[in-house]
Design a protein around this ligand. Sequence first.
Ligand code: ADP
Length: 268
Amino acid sequence: WVQVLFSILLLIALLGTFIYLLKTIKKQNELALLRRSFINNMTHELKTPVATVMAAIEAIQHFGAKDDKVKMEKYLEISKHELEHLHEMIERVLELNVDETNGVVLSLSRFDIRRVVEGALQALQVSSKKEVHISRDLPDEPLFIVGDESHLRNVVANLLDNAVKYSEEPVLLHIRLKEDPERVQLSISDKGKGIDPVHQKQIFDMFYRVPEGNLHAVKGFGLGLAYVKQVVSRHGGEIIVRSALGEGSTFTVSLPMKEVLLKKENHG
Ligand code: ADP
Protein backbone atom coordinates (compact mmCIF):
# COMPACT_ATOMS: atom_id res chain seq x y z
CA TRP A 1 0.00 0.00 0.00
CA VAL A 2 3.00 2.26 0.48
CA GLN A 3 3.64 1.95 -3.21
CA VAL A 4 0.02 2.73 -4.03
CA LEU A 5 0.11 5.79 -1.76
CA PHE A 6 3.36 6.90 -3.33
CA SER A 7 1.92 6.50 -6.84
CA ILE A 8 -1.17 8.50 -5.88
CA LEU A 9 0.96 11.29 -4.40
CA LEU A 10 3.15 11.28 -7.49
CA LEU A 11 0.07 11.49 -9.68
CA ILE A 12 -1.30 14.41 -7.66
CA ALA A 13 2.05 16.20 -7.87
CA LEU A 14 2.23 15.63 -11.62
CA LEU A 15 -1.35 16.82 -12.06
CA GLY A 16 -0.59 19.93 -9.96
CA THR A 17 2.46 20.74 -12.07
CA PHE A 18 0.49 20.20 -15.23
CA ILE A 19 -2.30 22.55 -14.10
CA TYR A 20 0.27 25.13 -13.00
CA LEU A 21 1.95 24.94 -16.41
CA LEU A 22 -1.38 25.30 -18.19
CA LYS A 23 -2.24 28.37 -16.10
CA THR A 24 1.16 29.95 -16.78
CA ILE A 25 0.78 29.37 -20.51
CA LYS A 26 -2.74 30.85 -20.40
CA LYS A 27 -1.46 33.93 -18.57
CA GLN A 28 1.41 34.33 -21.05
CA ASN A 29 -1.05 34.07 -23.94
CA GLU A 30 -3.33 36.66 -22.37
CA LEU A 31 -0.39 39.02 -21.85
CA ALA A 32 0.79 38.51 -25.41
CA LEU A 33 -2.73 39.23 -26.67
CA LEU A 34 -2.95 42.39 -24.58
CA ARG A 35 0.41 43.57 -25.83
CA ARG A 36 -0.57 42.84 -29.42
CA SER A 37 -3.86 44.69 -29.17
CA PHE A 38 -2.11 47.62 -27.48
CA ILE A 39 0.43 47.80 -30.32
CA ASN A 40 -2.29 47.43 -32.99
CA ASN A 41 -4.36 50.22 -31.48
CA MET A 42 -1.33 52.37 -30.94
CA THR A 43 -0.17 51.92 -34.54
CA HIS A 44 -3.59 52.89 -35.79
CA GLU A 45 -3.76 55.96 -33.57
CA LEU A 46 -0.26 57.09 -34.60
CA LYS A 47 -0.73 56.53 -38.32
CA THR A 48 -3.64 58.91 -38.79
CA PRO A 49 -1.96 62.16 -37.68
CA VAL A 50 1.30 61.24 -39.43
CA ALA A 51 -0.55 60.54 -42.70
CA THR A 52 -2.41 63.86 -42.42
CA VAL A 53 0.79 65.85 -41.89
CA MET A 54 2.44 64.06 -44.83
CA ALA A 55 -0.54 64.91 -47.05
CA ALA A 56 -0.40 68.55 -45.95
CA ILE A 57 3.35 68.76 -46.71
CA GLU A 58 2.81 67.17 -50.10
CA ALA A 59 0.09 69.66 -50.88
CA ILE A 60 2.48 72.48 -50.05
CA GLN A 61 5.41 71.00 -52.01
CA HIS A 62 3.77 69.60 -55.09
CA PHE A 63 0.32 71.04 -55.52
CA GLY A 64 1.12 74.72 -55.57
CA ALA A 65 -0.17 75.49 -52.09
CA LYS A 66 3.00 77.41 -51.27
CA ASP A 67 2.09 80.05 -53.85
CA ASP A 68 -1.29 80.55 -52.24
CA LYS A 69 -0.97 82.23 -48.85
CA VAL A 70 -4.43 81.22 -47.63
CA LYS A 71 -3.95 77.57 -48.59
CA MET A 72 -0.46 77.56 -47.13
CA GLU A 73 -1.81 78.88 -43.82
CA LYS A 74 -4.55 76.24 -43.84
CA TYR A 75 -2.13 73.33 -44.38
CA LEU A 76 0.27 74.65 -41.76
CA GLU A 77 -2.61 74.99 -39.32
CA ILE A 78 -3.74 71.40 -40.01
CA SER A 79 -0.18 70.12 -39.55
CA LYS A 80 0.22 72.01 -36.30
CA HIS A 81 -3.07 70.68 -35.01
CA GLU A 82 -2.20 67.07 -35.90
CA LEU A 83 1.27 67.35 -34.38
CA GLU A 84 -0.23 68.72 -31.18
CA HIS A 85 -2.59 65.74 -31.12
CA LEU A 86 0.33 63.37 -31.63
CA HIS A 87 2.37 65.11 -28.96
CA GLU A 88 -0.46 64.87 -26.46
CA MET A 89 -0.95 61.20 -27.23
CA ILE A 90 2.76 60.43 -26.73
CA GLU A 91 2.64 62.35 -23.43
CA ARG A 92 -0.31 60.27 -22.30
CA VAL A 93 1.36 56.99 -23.20
CA LEU A 94 4.56 58.03 -21.43
CA GLU A 95 2.50 59.11 -18.44
CA LEU A 96 1.35 55.52 -18.12
CA ASN A 97 4.96 54.83 -17.11
CA VAL A 98 4.23 51.15 -17.15
CA ASP A 99 6.59 48.68 -15.61
CA GLU A 100 6.09 45.24 -17.25
CA THR A 101 5.23 43.46 -14.03
CA ASN A 102 4.05 46.17 -11.65
CA GLY A 103 2.21 48.63 -13.88
CA VAL A 104 2.46 52.27 -12.82
CA VAL A 105 5.50 53.00 -10.63
CA LEU A 106 4.66 54.92 -7.44
CA SER A 107 6.74 57.38 -5.51
CA LEU A 108 5.13 57.72 -2.08
CA SER A 109 4.84 60.67 0.26
CA ARG A 110 2.38 61.99 2.85
CA PHE A 111 0.28 64.81 1.46
CA ASP A 112 -3.03 66.64 1.80
CA ILE A 113 -5.47 65.20 -0.74
CA ARG A 114 -7.94 68.03 -0.09
CA ARG A 115 -5.37 70.53 -1.32
CA VAL A 116 -4.77 68.43 -4.44
CA VAL A 117 -8.52 68.34 -5.19
CA GLU A 118 -8.88 72.09 -4.59
CA GLY A 119 -5.86 72.77 -6.82
CA ALA A 120 -7.35 70.66 -9.62
CA LEU A 121 -10.70 72.47 -9.33
CA GLN A 122 -8.99 75.85 -9.49
CA ALA A 123 -6.96 74.81 -12.53
CA LEU A 124 -10.16 73.59 -14.18
CA GLN A 125 -11.97 76.87 -13.60
CA VAL A 126 -9.08 78.86 -15.05
CA SER A 127 -8.45 76.69 -18.09
CA SER A 128 -11.92 75.42 -19.05
CA LYS A 129 -13.39 76.87 -22.20
CA LYS A 130 -16.87 75.91 -20.97
CA GLU A 131 -18.92 77.54 -18.27
CA VAL A 132 -18.51 75.27 -15.24
CA HIS A 133 -20.46 75.36 -11.95
CA ILE A 134 -18.99 73.33 -9.13
CA SER A 135 -20.60 72.39 -5.84
CA ARG A 136 -18.18 71.04 -3.26
CA ASP A 137 -18.51 68.78 -0.29
CA LEU A 138 -14.94 68.81 1.01
CA PRO A 139 -13.70 68.28 4.58
CA ASP A 140 -13.01 71.43 6.64
CA GLU A 141 -9.57 70.19 7.65
CA PRO A 142 -6.63 68.98 5.51
CA LEU A 143 -6.89 65.28 4.76
CA PHE A 144 -3.51 63.57 4.78
CA ILE A 145 -2.92 60.32 2.96
CA VAL A 146 0.14 58.43 1.81
CA GLY A 147 0.34 57.99 -1.92
CA ASP A 148 1.89 59.22 -5.13
CA GLU A 149 0.88 62.87 -5.19
CA SER A 150 1.70 63.51 -8.80
CA HIS A 151 -0.11 60.42 -10.16
CA LEU A 152 -3.12 61.10 -7.91
CA ARG A 153 -3.22 64.71 -9.11
CA ASN A 154 -3.39 63.34 -12.66
CA VAL A 155 -6.22 61.02 -11.60
CA VAL A 156 -8.31 63.92 -10.30
CA ALA A 157 -7.48 66.04 -13.37
CA ASN A 158 -8.42 63.21 -15.75
CA LEU A 159 -11.78 62.60 -14.09
CA LEU A 160 -12.60 66.33 -14.01
CA ASP A 161 -11.50 66.70 -17.60
CA ASN A 162 -13.86 63.91 -18.69
CA ALA A 163 -16.74 65.29 -16.61
CA VAL A 164 -16.40 68.60 -18.51
CA LYS A 165 -15.68 67.04 -21.92
CA TYR A 166 -18.77 64.84 -21.86
CA SER A 167 -21.17 67.55 -20.60
CA GLU A 168 -23.05 70.33 -22.36
CA GLU A 169 -22.76 73.92 -21.13
CA PRO A 170 -23.28 75.02 -18.45
CA VAL A 171 -21.39 72.09 -16.90
CA LEU A 172 -22.69 71.13 -13.47
CA LEU A 173 -20.27 69.22 -11.25
CA HIS A 174 -20.50 67.94 -7.73
CA ILE A 175 -17.26 66.99 -5.95
CA ARG A 176 -17.30 65.09 -2.72
CA LEU A 177 -14.31 64.07 -0.59
CA LYS A 178 -14.93 61.97 2.51
CA GLU A 179 -12.94 59.77 4.84
CA ASP A 180 -13.88 56.86 7.02
CA PRO A 181 -11.46 54.98 9.29
CA GLU A 182 -10.35 52.79 6.44
CA ARG A 183 -10.38 54.84 3.29
CA VAL A 184 -10.70 58.13 1.52
CA GLN A 185 -13.45 58.47 -1.04
CA LEU A 186 -13.52 60.98 -3.85
CA SER A 187 -16.62 61.28 -6.04
CA ILE A 188 -16.86 63.38 -9.16
CA SER A 189 -20.40 63.71 -10.50
CA ASP A 190 -21.53 65.35 -13.69
CA LYS A 191 -24.90 65.90 -15.34
CA GLY A 192 -23.45 65.12 -18.76
CA LYS A 193 -24.30 62.60 -21.45
CA GLY A 194 -23.89 59.54 -19.23
CA ILE A 195 -22.65 56.06 -20.22
CA ASP A 196 -24.81 53.17 -21.33
CA PRO A 197 -24.40 50.21 -18.90
CA VAL A 198 -23.14 47.96 -21.73
CA HIS A 199 -20.03 50.12 -22.06
CA GLN A 200 -19.37 50.84 -18.41
CA LYS A 201 -16.87 48.04 -17.89
CA GLN A 202 -14.88 48.60 -21.05
CA ILE A 203 -14.32 52.34 -20.59
CA PHE A 204 -11.41 51.43 -18.30
CA ASP A 205 -9.68 49.48 -21.11
CA MET A 206 -6.86 51.10 -23.03
CA PHE A 207 -8.05 52.96 -26.14
CA TYR A 208 -11.70 52.14 -25.49
CA ARG A 209 -14.13 54.93 -26.33
CA VAL A 210 -17.90 54.59 -26.27
CA PRO A 211 -18.78 54.15 -29.96
CA GLU A 212 -20.54 57.11 -31.58
CA GLY A 213 -20.76 56.07 -35.22
CA ASN A 214 -17.93 57.21 -37.48
CA LEU A 215 -17.03 60.46 -35.86
CA HIS A 216 -16.46 61.26 -32.21
CA ALA A 217 -17.85 64.64 -31.21
CA VAL A 218 -15.27 64.88 -28.43
CA LYS A 219 -11.55 64.39 -28.99
CA GLY A 220 -9.73 61.79 -26.96
CA PHE A 221 -7.56 58.68 -27.05
CA GLY A 222 -9.37 56.36 -24.68
CA LEU A 223 -6.32 56.28 -22.41
CA GLY A 224 -7.37 58.49 -19.49
CA LEU A 225 -9.48 56.00 -17.57
CA ALA A 226 -7.04 53.11 -18.19
CA TYR A 227 -4.36 55.26 -16.57
CA VAL A 228 -6.69 56.32 -13.72
CA LYS A 229 -7.55 52.70 -13.00
CA GLN A 230 -3.90 51.64 -13.00
CA VAL A 231 -2.91 54.35 -10.54
CA VAL A 232 -5.85 53.64 -8.24
CA SER A 233 -5.22 49.87 -8.25
CA ARG A 234 -1.53 50.38 -7.52
CA HIS A 235 -2.61 52.28 -4.39
CA GLY A 236 -4.69 49.27 -3.36
CA GLY A 237 -7.83 51.25 -4.11
CA GLU A 238 -10.71 50.92 -6.53
CA ILE A 239 -12.74 52.99 -8.94
CA ILE A 240 -16.40 52.53 -9.75
CA VAL A 241 -18.75 54.29 -12.11
CA ARG A 242 -22.46 54.88 -11.66
CA SER A 243 -24.08 56.34 -14.72
CA ALA A 244 -27.31 56.56 -16.67
CA LEU A 245 -27.53 57.56 -20.29
CA GLY A 246 -28.63 61.17 -20.64
CA GLU A 247 -28.52 61.80 -16.91
CA GLY A 248 -24.84 61.97 -15.99
CA SER A 249 -22.10 59.97 -14.32
CA THR A 250 -20.44 59.61 -10.95
CA PHE A 251 -16.90 58.23 -10.74
CA THR A 252 -15.92 57.23 -7.21
CA VAL A 253 -12.32 56.53 -6.26
CA SER A 254 -11.63 54.90 -2.89
CA LEU A 255 -8.12 54.78 -1.54
CA PRO A 256 -7.02 52.92 1.56
CA MET A 257 -5.72 55.10 4.39
CA LYS A 258 -1.99 55.33 4.95
CA GLU A 259 -1.46 52.24 7.16
CA VAL A 260 -2.78 49.82 4.57
CA LEU A 261 -0.86 51.47 1.82
CA LEU A 262 2.47 51.61 3.66
CA LYS A 263 2.22 47.95 4.55
CA LYS A 264 1.52 47.09 0.95
CA GLU A 265 4.43 49.11 -0.40
CA ASN A 266 7.04 48.19 2.21
CA HIS A 267 6.33 44.52 2.60
CA GLY A 268 5.55 43.62 -0.97
P1 ADP B 1 -11.11 59.68 -23.70
O1 ADP B 1 -11.92 60.65 -22.91
O2 ADP B 1 -9.81 60.23 -24.13
O3 ADP B 1 -11.87 59.06 -24.82
P2 ADP B 1 -11.08 57.96 -21.34
O4 ADP B 1 -10.32 56.70 -21.12
O5 ADP B 1 -10.87 59.07 -20.36
O6 ADP B 1 -10.69 58.43 -22.80
O7 ADP B 1 -12.62 57.62 -21.40
C1 ADP B 1 -13.06 56.50 -22.15
C2 ADP B 1 -14.48 56.73 -22.64
O8 ADP B 1 -15.39 56.72 -21.53
C3 ADP B 1 -14.70 58.08 -23.31
O9 ADP B 1 -14.36 58.04 -24.69
C4 ADP B 1 -16.19 58.30 -23.10
O10 ADP B 1 -16.91 57.59 -24.09
C5 ADP B 1 -16.45 57.62 -21.76
N1 ADP B 1 -16.47 58.58 -20.62
C6 ADP B 1 -15.49 58.82 -19.73
N2 ADP B 1 -15.86 59.71 -18.79
C7 ADP B 1 -17.12 60.05 -19.08
C8 ADP B 1 -18.10 60.94 -18.48
N3 ADP B 1 -17.82 61.65 -17.37
N4 ADP B 1 -19.31 61.03 -19.06
C9 ADP B 1 -19.61 60.32 -20.18
N5 ADP B 1 -18.75 59.46 -20.78
C10 ADP B 1 -17.53 59.34 -20.25
